[in-house]
Design a protein around this ligand. Structure first.
Ligand code: PLP
Length: 470
């Protein structure tokens, strides 16, 4: 049964298709040289590349089209990671390419201190879309710096204050200001990972239990927990902190930590508690923006934070991030409080604005519909694979938590990774959640069609059969 109707809009009209020119015809000789590097050249060049994260040794990617990437051998991969969850409109999106190329003919980099029309336009558009009185926008260069910008605003508005609170299993970046809030600084991956090496430089965050109902950190079950995790926040505010709290940072859906979707009532309780204690509530919407089938998780959960942070997919693949703050908060002053060379990327702003236009014209609806389609099909598949212990879906935020047995919930850590590896062999790139490796993430570009969802699910079934039934 197909519970979701096919979309009534035409994706090619939404700028999905590539122009039919071949790349070779218009290739710059330097590009030709780069894209013709021999295997030996590549091995030599690789010695000079230093990475602080990610897994190396996978396919070498040369191009993308729609939801697919292609490697040096011509093999294609459906990308269910949207490359760090950032390519909402897929690869080589014609509408984005066209507007960026046209805009680059006249303007690219402009110092933050000069006003530009793209910045005016995008700031007003975001204020119109954002919930409540969140009306002022500051742009920056990436997710970590945007979280730090939000922290600066929250801190300014709560003086005297010092401490920030975040949730167990959260991820807010790897800058020195945010790393202490990310799970990679804790033992939650079963070992002390990268973030822990910089403890002398990073700031400590106070952590409170997260609403991970499938594996409640407080050992409770949703039926009779009375939202004890929200109560833990209250007790921490009452007794666990000296003085005012500078802010609470929350991912409305914990993505990197395991695709953990909170009950709506949890976020609503958090809002009430923050109001009671005068704590600015910061929603890190770096992963939820648009991917949830609404522009903001704030709408999805019916909770208005004081500050929203955007990054990743916000710029349709270009590096741009933003914070949107409530009118009740004192904003930045122009005396060097927040200054970055590339914080006024007019190219990123134009791309972000074009993407909003496309999202409003069908892609947000597609996101919600394809998410529900995947949910229904995955739930059917669970009859065949009871190891799919928990299926968590909100728009195209899709996570499957693998367990040996649905009653014991023993995590299938090695198997989660093995399913991902089989996927690569089969031509699909799945994500893995960071805290445990037993949560498989299916987060394709938001332009994915129903036929492509079927293809993803077929490959998933083959990968699960190979790993779980061998
Ligand atoms: C929820 C969330 N916040 C913050 C960040 C940090 O963003 P960036 O990697 O652009 O610094 C990420 C990146 O994965 C993220 O997922």
């Amino acid at each position: 049964m197909n519970p979701v109707r096919e979309k009534s809009f035409n994706l090619s009209e939404l700028g999905r298709t590539l122009p039919s020119v071949t790349r070779k015809q218009r290739m710059d000789p330097l590009l030709e040289k780069i894209f013709n590097l021999s295997d030996a050249d590549r091995a030599e060049c690789a010695k000079h590349v230093m990475l602080g994260g990610g897994t190396r040794g996978g396919p070498v990617i040369v191009r993308g089209e729609g939801i697919r990437l292609y490697d040096t051998t011509g093999k294609s991969y459906i990308d269910c990671t949207s490359q760090s969850w950032a390519m909402y409109l897929g690869f080589a999106n014609e509408a984005i390419n066209r507007i960026v190329a046209e805009h680059m003919q006249s303007l690219s980099h402009v110092h933050q201190g000069f006003d530009t029309l793209p910045r005016y336009y995008l700031a007003r558009k975001l204020a119109q879309l954002a919930p409540g009185d969140l009306n002022r926008v500051s742009f920056t260069v990436g997710g970590g710096p945007a979280i730090e910008a939000a922290m600066k605003i929250a801190y300014k508005n709560t003086q005297p204050s010092r401490d920030f609170i975040c949730l167990y299993d959260s991820y807010h970046g790897t800058t020195l200001g945010t790393m202490g809030a990310s799970w990679i600084s804790t033992r939650s991956a079963g070992k002390l990972a990268g973030g822990s090496r910089f403890l002398g430089l990073t700031r400590p965050f106070i952590r409170v239990p997260n609403p991970y109902c499938y594996r409640c950190p407080l050992g409770l079950s949703r039926e009779n927990c009375s939202l004890a995790c929200a109560q833990a926040l209250r007790v921490t505010l009452e007794k666990g902190i000296a003085g005012n709290v500078a802010g609470l940072i929350v991912e409305p859906i914990q993505a990197s930590g395991g695709q953990i979707i909170p009950p709506k009532e949890y976020l609503q309780a958090v809002r009430r508690i923050c109001d009671e204690f005068g704590v600015p509530l910061i929603f890190d919407e770096i992963q939820t923006y648009a991917r949830i089938g609404r522009f903001f998780a704030a709408e999805y959960f019916d909770v208005t934070p004081d500050i929203i942070v955007l990054g990743k997919g916000f710029g349709a693949g270009l590096p741009i991030a933003a914070i949107i703050i409530s009118d009740r908060l004192t904003g930045f002053e122009q005396d060097g409080e927040e200054l970055h060379t590339f914080a006024n990327s007019s190219v990123g702003q134009v791309a972000a604005a074009k993407q909003i236009e496309l999202l409003e014209n069908g892609i947000l609806d597609n996101t919600a519909q394809m998410g529900e389609y995947l949910r229904a099909r995955l739930e059917e598949m669970r009859n065949e694979f009871p190891e799919m212990g928990d299926i968590r879906v909100a728009g195209l935020h899709v996570g499957i938590e693998f367990v040996r047995d649905p009653r014991s919930k023993e995590p299938l850590n090695a198997e989660g990774k093995a399913i991902r590896d089989e996927g690569i062999k089969l031509g699909v790139i799945f994500g893995l959640a960071g805290v445990r490796t037993n949560v498989l993430k299916i987060k394709p570009p938001l332009i994915v069609t129903q036929a492509e969802c079927d293809e993803i699910l077929d490959k998933l079934r083959s990968a699960m059969t190979r790993v779980l039934r061998r």
